[in-house]
Design a protein around this ligand. Structure first.
Ligand SMILES: Cc1cc2nc3c(=O)[nH]c(=O)nc-3n(C[C@H](O)[C@H](O)[C@H](O)COP(=O)(O)OP(=O)(O)OC[C@H]3O[C@@H](n4cnc5c(N)ncnc54)[C@H](O)[C@@H]3O)c2cc1C
Length: 411
């Protein structure tokens, strides 16, 4: 039996999946999973979707059944914050001052909502959405009904807006960009999502930044820089997240937009690893570091980090993937396309069903399928293949995507 102790800081999806993988790989030393939240690990996607709308049980959100951790001798310390890491002495300090020694350490500390710094930001009724607790408060708001202003038309803001409309609230969506997510996905996709919200009765204040929240104790009005005043019962702010790197920084790990890790997910300090939203990981296919703030990355990177902690050969080269559901619009996106020079559509966004491909030097670097299913694996194969493709074949719905990716290496 191993005498080693592996400590995982952050008891959410990446951390919980890493702990599970350590046991599945036969590690029989001590596994400690330490998390600041009161809950056992849960998944966050339901918090803008079915759970928020009151359509699914809390139990469905958890990563594992209640008994899982004890059954697998995983010591889950909830409500416990790690306040310091001493890499030289291989110890972590807990909130109440005690210390624990580790042989390997995984930091899966995730990300937290970016706070808005405007007048009135501290008023009651200004909400963020990251935790089950945040979601429970908003679930009650949806129960009560009324009028909400959503600040930020990114994925969290857009999904919240959709759920609130589905519960018959009046919704206004404010964003400084003229089109939602335009900077990353371009004007066509931005226009598509703008129209989806408009068609579902969302009042759009796009191209306008928020200047102040106003009210006497609780927010009742949102004022934009353009001078528009929007009445409301509450506000939800979704203006992005920032990686939680304080612990890593104070332990002198290399940090730059997340904890820097190589393709084995090991940090600049030997024996210390990172995974999930907090990890800025070298990607062997894209040849650069990428920090992915999405569910599938946490799901897969946690276990990969666990294998790496065990000394197994790991090269984490999954194609980044995420999904979003808004009203009756389901979407999957795969890839990474900051330098894309062209976008090709298969199908017409106006018809509500399409696949978009982002190309760079005629090679597919990313793809998004909207209300079109069972194509994502072919999109990923195309990206992996690195082969040049004909635009006309990509755009032609009668050309099977798998025929275009036939030379792709196995993932
Ligand atoms: C509302 C919502 C909806 C989402 N929907 C989607 C979706 O539809 N599709 C998609 O692909 N992705 C979605 N995501 C993103 C996805 O949930 C995240 O990528 C995923 O949760 C990241 O998991 P993680 O384990 O890396 O980090 P997190 O989930 O951020 O967890 C990190 C944990 O570490 C704990 N922690 C931090 N510091 C310490 C410390 N010092 N000591 C102890 N514990 C600490 C935190 O309390 C937290 O519990 C959504 C996210 C949110 C918030």
């Amino acid at each position: 039996m191993s005498e080693q102790t592996f400590i995982i800081v952050g008891a959410s999806l990446a951390g919980a999946k890493a702990a599970q993988e350590l046991r599945e790989q036969g590690f029989d030393g001590r596994v400690m999973l330490i998390g600041a939240e009161p809950e056992r690990p849960y998944e966050r996607p339901p918090l803008t979707k079915d759970y928020l709308r009151g359509e699914s049980e809390r139990a469905k959100a958890y990563v594992h059944d209640e008994g899982f951790y004890a059954e697998h001798q995983i010591e889950l310390l909830s409500n416990t914050t790690v306040t310091a890491v001493d890499t030289g002495g291989s110890r972590v300090t807990l909130g109440e001052g005690s210390t624990l020694a580790f042989d390997r350490l995984l930091l899966a500390t995730g990300a937290e909502p970016r706070r808005i710094a405007i007048a009135g930001a501290e008023l009651d009724g200004v909400h963020y959405l990251r935790t089950l607790g945040d979601c429970d408060a908003l679930r009650e708001r949806l129960e009560t009904g009324g009028r909400v202003v959503v600040v930020g038309a990114g994925w969290i803001g857009s999904e919240f807006a959709a759920s609130a409309r589905q519960r018959d609230l009046e919704v206004a969506l404010v964003d400084p960009l003229a089109l939602p997510n335009e900077r990353i996905f371009g004007p066509e996709i931005g226009a598509f999502y703008r129209d989806v919200h408009r068609d579902h009765g969302v009042e759009l204040a796009l191209g306008e930044s928020v200047e102040a929240f106003e009210g006497n104790g609780a927010v009742t009005r949102v004022r934009t820089a353009a001078g528009r005043v929007i009445e409301c019962d509450f506000v939800v702010v979704g203006i992005g997240v920032v990686p939680r790197v304080a612990l890593a920084s104070s332990a002198n790990l290399e940090v730059d937009n997340g904890i820097l890790v190589d393709e084995t997910l090991e940090s600049s300090v030997q024996g210390v690893f990172a995974a999930g939203d907090v990890a800025n990981a070298w990607h062997p296919i894209y040849g650069e570091r990428i920090r992915v703030e999405h569910w599938a990355n946490a799901l897969n990177q946690g276990p990969a980090a666990a294998r790496s902690m065990l000394g197994q050969p790991v090269s984490f080269d999954r194609i980044p993937y995420f999904f979003s559901d808004q009203y009756d619009v389901g979407m999957e996106y795969s890839g990474h396309a900051p330098q894309s020079d062209e976008i090709v559509f298969r199908g017409d966004p106006a018809a509500g069903e399409f696949v978009a491909f982002w190309l760079q030097d005629r090679r597919v670097v990313a793809g998004m399928n909207v209300n079109v299913w069972d194509v994502n694996e072919h999109v990923q194969a195309l990206i992996r293949s690195g082969e040049t493709v004909e635009r006309s074949a990509l755009a032609d719905p009668d050309t099977p995507l798998d025929s275009l990716a036939k030379h792709a290496p196995e993932s």
